[in-house]
Design a protein around this ligand. Structure first.
Ligand SMILES: NC(=O)c1ccc[n+]([C@@H]2O[C@H](COP(=O)([O-])OP(=O)(O)OC[C@H]3O[C@@H](n4cnc5c(N)ncnc54)[C@H](OP(=O)(O)O)[C@@H]3O)[C@@H](O)[C@H]2O)c1
Length: 296
C-alpha cells in the first residue's frame, strides 16, 4: 500500500486559521496587532519571492506587516541602524532579515543585532542557546514546521529512532536538538548524518522517522528507507523549467520509490515548505503576546 501523504499545505492552512482567530482576539480583547517587518537587501529573485510569500501570509492573518526593501549597495552600518530602529519600534514584534545578504555585509553581525525577543527566525545565538538547554522562546521555523507536522499526524516520536540527513544550522542541527529534548513531541533517539558519515544508508534504514535536508535532488532512494518509516523530505531542488518557464522542483527523496516503502511521506512541493512560513507567523504572534505581557 502506498504511503500516507503528510500534506503540510493542508496542516498549514489549519494552523493559519487558528492564528487568524488568535489575531482577531488580540485586537478585540487587548487592542494589539502582531507586527512583522521583513528586510530585503538587493534584488535576488528567489529572496524576493520568499519575502513576498511571507508578507502575503502576514497580511492575510491581519498583521501589521512592513516590507522594507533596501538597495543592493546598502552599507552594513545603514542596515544595522535600520535594525536598531525596528528593535525600538513598539509596533514591530518580529524582525526578519532575508538571507543571503550581499557579500559586503557580515551576516552574523546582522543577526546578532536583532533583539532576541524579536528574532522570529530564531537564528540569534541567544535563541539557539535557549533551544539547546530545552527552554526555547522561539523555535526556528522549518524545524518547528517539521515537528508540528509529525505531532499533528499522530506520529509516535517518543522512543523513536530518528535519522536526520544534514547538519545545517537552519534545519539539520536544530531539528535534531528539538526531537532529542525531554517533553512532548520529542524524546527521540537521534542520529545526524553528513558528508563525512561513513555509511549513510546504514543509518537511514534504521530510522522510524527519516528527515532529509541535504539539498541533493532525489538523494534518498527507496532501498535507504525502512519499510513503514515516516519520511520528511525537506529538500527543495530546482531541476529544470517547464516549457512555460515554471520551476520543476524535486525533493531530497526519490518520491516514486519512497512512496511504495514508507508508511508516510511529505510531498515536494506541498510538504514542509508551507509549514515554514506558518511557523514564522506563529512566532510573531507569540512575540506580540510576550511584548504585551499577554498570557496564552
Ligand atoms: N522547505 C523549506 O522550508 C526549506 C527550508 C530550508 C531549507 N530547505 C531545503 O532543504 C535542503 C537543505 O537545506 P540546508 O539549508 O539545510 O542545506 P545546507 O546548508 O546546504 O546543508 C546540507 C547538509 O546536508 C549534508 N549533505 C549534503 N550532501 C550529503 C550527502 N550526499 N550525504 C550526507 N549528507 C549530505 C551536508 O553535509 P556537510 O555539513 O558535511 O556539508 C550539510 O550538512 C535544501 O534543498 C533547501 O532548499 C527547505
Amino acid at each position: 500500500m502506498p504511503a500516507k501523504l503528510l500534506k503540510g499545505a493542508e496542516v498549514a492552512k489549519e494552523i493559519r486559521a487558528e492564528l487568524k482567530a488568535e489575531v482577531e482576539k488580540l485586537k478585540a480583547e487587548h487592542g494589539v496587532v502582531p507586527g512583522l517587518v521583513t528586510i530585503l537587501v538587493g534584488e535576488n529573485p528567489a529572496s524576493q519571492s520568499y519575502v513576498r510569500a511571507k508578507q502575503n501570509t502576514a497580511h492575510e492573518l491581519g498583521f501589521h506587516s512592513v516590507q522594507d526593501n533596501q538597495p543592493a549597495d546598502t552599507s552594513e552600518e545603514k542596515l544595522l541602524d535600520l535594525i536598531s530602529s525596528y528593535n525600538k519600534d513598539p509596533q514591530v514584534h518580529g524582525i526578519l532579515v532575508q538571507l543571503p545578504l550581499p557579500r559586503h555585509i557580515n551576516e552574523n553581525k546582522v543577526l546578532l543585532a536583532i533583539d532576541p525577543g524579536k528574532d522570529v527566525d530564531a537564528f540569534h545565538p541567544v535563541n539557539v542557546g535557549k533551544l539547546m538547554i530545552g527552554e526555547p522562546d522561539y523555535l526556528p521555523c522549518t524545524p518547528a514546521g517539521i515537528q508540528e507536522l509529525l505531532v499533528r499526524s499522530g506520529t509516535e516520536i517518543s522512543g523513536a529512532e530518528v535519522t536526520v540527513v544534514g547538519r545545517s544550522n537552519i534545519v539539520g542541527k536544530p531539528i535534531a536538538m528539538m526531537l532529542l529534548q525531554k517533553g512532548k513531541g520529542a524524546n527521540a533517539t537521534v542520529t545526524v548524518c553528513h558528508t563525512r558519515t561513513k555509511d549513510v544508508k546504514f543509518h537511514t534504514r534504521r530510522a522510524d522517522i527519516l528527515i532529509v535536508a541535504a539539498g541533493v535532488a532525489e538523494y534518498v532512494k527507496g532501498d535507504m528507507i525502512k519499510p513503514g518509516a515516516v519520511v520528511i523530505d525537506v529538500g527543495v531542488n530546482e531541476v529544470g523549467k517547464t516549457a512555460d518557464g515554471k520551476r520543476i522542483l524535486k525533493g531530497d527523496v526519490a518520491f516514486d520509490e519512497a512512496v511504495e516503502i514508507a508508511g508516510a511521506i511529505t510531498p515536494v512541493p506541498g510538504g514542509v515548505g508551507p509549514m515554514t512560513i506558518t511557523m514564522l507567523m506563529k512566532n510573531t504572534v507569540r512575540a506580540c503576546k510576550v511584548h504585551n505581557r499577554i498570557k496564552d
